[in-house]
Design a protein around this ligand. Structure first.
Ligand code: GRF
Length: 187
């Protein structure tokens, strides 16, 4: 089973997933797809000798969304980990029920366009929610909308800032994302 990880940022989740499956017999992280030259995730790909594909906006949204390139790497499954572009329908159709995402809040709350990174955590703190968490879900044609696979929660503390909450959420993501992927692939 060949997995492509799509990531635009630092890539801490990508790193955890790569390390988790390093010695796996049936699961291989075969490709990193990134839309940002210089993103940390590209260094992680290099470090682990994983091919990286730097994608270009027009081709991603207007063309075949790199479906041929993904097929040429024999990709079976796509994991989004901090990938900030909406997934075009050409890609969703080519990989039906085979694209998942992680969102740093408890969907359906705090989902949708613009709800990423620090903005999510600021919104959670601003609403004085007592807890937040992570949602792992299938990707469909709307932002943060496909069916939920897994959620985990953590408290929001009275003195939390967006940064401190982000750190707690990242820890939850790192703990659960690789294992949820494994379970999904082996079920
Ligand atoms: C994660 O919090 C993820 O939930 C969100 O983007 C962040 C990516 O972080 N979609 P990293 O690049 O994996 O460190």
């Amino acid at each position: 089973m060949n997995i492509a990880i799509f990531a635009s940022g630092a890539g801490s989740n990508a790193r955890r997933i790569i390390e988790y499956f390093k010695d796996a017999e049936t699961v291989k992280i075969a490709l990193i797809v990134c839309n940002k030259p210089g993103a940390g995730v590209l260094d992680i790909a290099r470090e682990h000798n994983i091919p990286a594909l730097l994608i270009e906006k027009e081709q991603f949204f207007r063309g075949n969304a790199y479906v041929d390139e993904l097929r040429s790497h024999h990709i079976d499954f796509i994991v989004l980990a901090g990938f900030l572009w909406k997934v075009p329908s050409a890609l969703i159709k080519a990989f039906q029920e085979k694209i998942i995402n992680i969102h740093p809040a408890l969907l359906p709350k705090y989902g949708g366009k613009g709800m990423y990174g620090q903005f999510v955590h600021e919104a959670v703190i601003g609403a004085k929610d007592a807890e937040s968490g992570i949602t792992i879900h299938f990707v469909d044609e709307q932002y943060d909308h496909g069916s939920t696979i897994f959620q985990a929660t953590c408290p929001v503390l009275p003195d939390d800032t967006a940064a401190s909450l982000a750190q707690r959420i990242h820890e939850l993501e790192h703990k659960h994302y690789p294992a949820v992927i494994e379970k999904l692939l082996l079920s």
